[in-house]
Design a protein around this ligand. Sequence first.
Ligand SMILES: Nc1ncnc2c1ncn2[C@@H]1O[C@H](COP(=O)(O)OP(=O)(O)O)[C@@H](O)[C@H]1O
Ligand SMILES: [Mg+2]
Length: 305
Amino acid sequence: MDVVVEARNLVKEYNSHRVVKGINFSVCKGECFGFLGPNGAGKTTTMSMIICYTPITKGNVTVFGLDVGRYPKKVKQKIGVIPQETNLDPDLTVFENLMVYARYFNIPKKVARNRVKELLSFVQLSDKRDEVILRLSGGMKRRLLIARSLINDPELIILDEPTIGLDPQARHLIWQKLRQLKAHGTTMVLSTHYMEEAAQLCDRLAIMDQGQIIAEGSPNHLITEFVGTEVIEIRSDGQESNYILDSLKEHQFSFERAADTLFLYSREGGRLVQKIKEVKDERIIYRPATLEDVFLKLTGRELKE
Ligand SMILES: Nc1ncnc2c1ncn2[C@@H]1O[C@H](COP(=O)(O)OP(=O)(O)O)[C@@H](O)[C@H]1O
Ligand SMILES: [Mg+2]
C-alpha cells in the first residue's frame, strides 16, 4: 500500500521540555488516520510538524515521500490544512477569503473563481458568498475552513479538531462532508478528543497521551483488545462492590473502580449481569463497549487541564 505520511522517532521539545517523545506512525493512501488524546497530549504539535509549521526537534516526517524538513514548500503545495483555531480574515467576505487563499497557491484568478464556486456549493455555503466572516455561525466557519483547505485540490488533508465546539447538527454535516471527501480518495489525518468523531471517521487511530502513542489500531480492534465487547456499570460503594466482585469469581472479566462506579469489562456480559442481579438489582447499566471506555481506561479518568 502507498504510504502518504510517515513519521520516524519524531520528537518535539520546547525549551528542552519534551512534548512529543519519539513517536512512529504511517498513514496509507485513502485512509483516515486519527490522533485521539486528552488536552496537552501533543496532537496539535504532531500535526503542525507534519504541515511544516513547527520545526522538528529530532526524527523525521515524510509526506508523499518528501522530507518535510528539507522540502517544506513542496509539501505545503500538496496538502490542505484545517487548523484548530479558526484563522479566517474577519474583514473579508466568504468569497474573498477563499480568493486570497488561492493566491498563495498561485492559482490563476479565473480558475480560482470557478473552484471557489464549486467548493462553496460543496460545503453548502453558496448563499453566504458575500457575507462577512463575523456573521457566520461556528459551523459555517468550520465548513468554510474545509472549503479553503481544498483550494489547491490536495490529496491529503490535515484536520486539527475539525468539529470542536459545534452543536450536533453542525458536527454531523461536517462528518458527512468529510466522508464524501474520503469516498473520493482523499487521505486524512485528524486529531480529536471526541470519541464519536473518531469512531465515525477514522479507519485507524493512535491514542496519544503525554507525548506518546499508547495504542494504535482500528476503532473496533482497540475496543476488543482493551475493553472487550461489553461493559457493565454499577453505581456502588466500596464495600458493596467488593461483595459483587466476590460473587463473580468464576467469570472472566477485568474491572475498574472510579468514584461511585464499578466498571466491569467482559466478553460475557449477559451472564455477569444475571449473576450481579442476584445480589443487587438496581443502578446497573449494561451496554456495548465504546472507544470512550478504551480512552478512559488508557488515559485515566482524572481531569486533564
Ligand atoms: N509554543 C509552545 N511553547 C511551549 N509549549 C508548548 C507550545 N505549544 C504546545 N506546548 C505544550 O506542548 C504540549 C502539547 O500541546 P499540544 O500539542 O497543543 O496538545 P494537544 O493538541 O494534544 O492538546 C502541552 O503541554 C503544551 O502546553
Ligand atoms: Mg490541540
